[in-house]
Design a protein around this ligand. Structure first.
Ligand code: DQA
Length: 141
């Protein structure tokens, strides 16, 4: 499962100097293509709402073997999303298009990172592909 948080629906036009010009639909297609190459079934979700994100995480239980999570700004703020990941215990890779550790101080901390199998940040859309490859390799381990 791939879960995308707030404002990622605006990819392509949103701060292109930070996030690039690839739209969310194009990113989804790239990740679906990679999932096909890897032989895994993929579900894709984006929401701007914290509660909906929590619901989506809860819905992973028994449904997904692993997840790519770009919680966007919720990464830095949301205990509810951390608690949801702790509750479902689905292995996940934290993904960010930008290198959050090279940005403003408030973005340099993640409330999810210590729960993640790994983190990919700073590679733009390619980071989702790298994250998926890493996650699948780990799960097939
Ligand atoms: C982001 C980084 C976050 O700090 C930011 O709030 C986002 C996107 C990224 O993919 O680089 O919305 O998660």
């Amino acid at each position: 499962a791939v879960l995308n948080g707030p404002n990622l629906n605006l990819l392509g036009t949103r701060e292109p100097e930070v996030y690039g010009r690839t739209t969310l639909a194009e990113l989804e297609q790239q990740v679906r293509d990679e999932a096909g190459r890897l032989g895994v079934t993929l579900s894709w979700y984006q929401t701007n709402h914290e509660g909906a994100f929590v619901d989506a995480i809860q819905g992973l239980r028994g449904q997904a073997e692993g997840a790519l999570v770009n919680a966007a700004a919720f990464t830095h703020t949301s205990l509810a999303i951390r608690d949801a990941m702790l509750a479902v215990r689905v292995p996940f890779v934290e993904v960010h298009l930008s290198n959050i550790f090279a940005r403003e101080a408030e973005r340099r901390h993640s409330r999810l990172a210590d729960l993640a199998v790994g983190i990919v940040a700073g590679f733009g859309p390619q980071g989702y592909l790298l994250g998926l490859q890493g996650l699948v390799t780990k799960l097939r381990g």
